[in-house]
Design a protein around this ligand. Structure first.
Ligand code: HMG
Length: 422
């Protein structure tokens, strides 16, 4: 099989495989081989007080199946074992058909908050009556999204009281198509703000997109044949049972829930960054979603069905990502990341990302409830320790290999080993 032992090959061979498999073009392969990344002059136009560009490792996971289609997943991360773990999960879950993922909705919400509204009843009556004309006004402010088949489609309001202040908050829902929508929403909200002030006889505090993207939910699931978890079926069932217990613990204990979710974001951040999307927006949305029942909970859940011998995983998240706009078209490496995934549209990209989160959680839980996290993680972290100890490229693998055989896998041991081999 083409991708067999992919991770054991050289960087050059991996790039050539991606080229031969027509996952990337010759031109993209050349850029990867030459490590040609974000052009420094373009970078200077993207961020302020610019002094250079900043590099992070860029890797891929092969044969990651979502909705019956195999994808190669681009990942950017500084953390050892994240990509290996996702690869590991893709392999195991792939044996049971991979992931299924659905877009539950894909719209963004923005808000205009008003205060000092003296006659609330009259303000609400006016808002109710003028709903359609407010949507028209919003759409006139951003005609290009309407031309692409999207646009403002709903407006609602709520009174929110805090201490001695009463806010009248108007929510605008917009179909943003392939964009993430921040600019579209903000333009529309600023356009309707003066009219809202007139209609409510109040003062607008602000008009801004909400990152709590509850109308951009994506649900990923997988059903794993328990027999694939271990050669010994009793041990396989034990692992499945313990993964479902770990899932329960993450629902009940906030200390565990936070780490459970951190593991999910090991994968999600890596692909969101690679795809040039706003990972702060994704993080903010998902952590707010984790507390939607007034308690911070683990986002992914696992249930072991003993009758069918299946382990069922589920992850639902707001995933407000884009396939165009922002910095996506400016960064060559981001363009290659999209090419690696066969240039998915925004909806498909969101389904891939949430599936990666579920995969990452599975790999971490499986390790945690069986051999423990250190065995696999430290084996891969050993290479970073070797480099930190001062090993050059040819020494690093030797030091890392010896280090994994030691009781204490740390920087001091790496330094001692390095001295013995020099
Ligand atoms: P293993 O079973 O000991 O190793 O897994 P293996 O050599 O038998 O390899 C099994 C498969 O893993 C391979 O299959 C690959 O798919 C993949 P093969 O292709 O050989 O048939 N694999 C790799 N892929 C790419 N590069 C590699 C590589 N090595 C194996 N170098 C492994 C070892 C690390 C994968 C496993 O122990 C694992 O998945 N551990 C979880 C590690 C993890 O979650 N790391 C994230 C950092 S820890 C953290 O921040 C999160 C946490 O706190 C979250 C939480 O608490 O929930 C844990």
């Amino acid at each position: 099989m083409t991708f067999s032992n992919f991770y054991k090959k050289t960087r050059e061979d991996r790039i050539n495989i991606l080229k031969e498999e027509q996952i990337i073009s010759n031109e993209s392969a050349d850029k990867l081989l030459n490590n040609q990344t974000l052009d420094v002059n373009i970078a200077g136009k993207m961020a302020e007080n610019h002094i250079g560009t900043f590099a992070l490792p860029f890797g891929v996971v092969n044969n990651f199946i979502v909705n019956n289609k195999p994808y190669t997943i681009p990942m950017v991360t500084e953390e050892p074992s994240v990509i290996a773990a996702c690869n590991n999960a893709a392999k195991t879950i792939g044996k049971s058909g991979g992931f299924s993922a659905d877009i539950l909705d894909r719209k963004m919400i923005g808000q205009v908050a008003l205060y000092d509204v003296e006659n609330i009843d009259l303000a609400l009556e006016n808002l109710q009556r003028e709903g359609t004309s407010l949507l028209k006004l919003a759409n006139e402010a951003h005609p290009s999204i309407v031309k692409r088949g999207g646009g403002a489609c709903d407006i609602s309001h709520e009174i929110i009281n805090f201490e001695d202040t009463s806010f009248l908050v108007v929510y605008l829902t917009v179909d943003v198509k392939e964009a993430m929508g921040a600019n579209i929403l903000n333009t529309m909200l600023e356009a309707i703000k003066p009219t809202l002030e007139t209609l409510t006889n109040g003062t607008a505090l602000m008009g801004i997109l909400s990152n709590y993207a509850t109308k951009s939910l994506v649900k990923a699931t997988c059903t794993i044949d328990v027999s694939t978890l271990n050669k010994d079926i009793l041990e396989a069932r034990n692992i499945a049972h313990k993964i479902s217990l770990a899932s329960k613990l993450a629902q009940a204990d906030v200390y565990r829930a936070t780490t459970h979710n951190k593991g999910i974001f090991n994968g999600i951040d890596a692909i969101v960054i690679a795809s040039g999307n706003d990972w702060r927006a994704v993080e903010a949305a998902c952590h707010a979603y984790a507390v939607k029942d007034n308690k911070y909970r683990g986002l992914a859940t696992w249930n072991f069905d003993k009758n069918s011998d299946k382990l069922n995983g589920e992850l639902t998240l707001p995933m407000p990502v884009a396939s165009v706009g922002g910095s996506i078209g400016l960064n060559d490496t981001v363009k290659i990341a999209h090419e690696i995934m066969n240039n998915p549209d925004a909806k498909t990209l969101a389904t891939i990302i949430v599936s990666v989160g579920l995969a990452q959680n599975f790999a971490a839980l499986k390790a945690l409830v069986s051999v423990g996290i250190q065995q696999g993680h430290m084996k891969l972290h050993a290479k970073s320790l070797a480099m930190l100890a001062g090993a050059n490229e040819s020494e690093a693998d030797i030091v890392a290999k010896k280090l994994t055989q030691e009781k204490h896998i740390n920087l001091a041991t790496a330094q001692q080993i390095l001295e013995t081999i020099r």
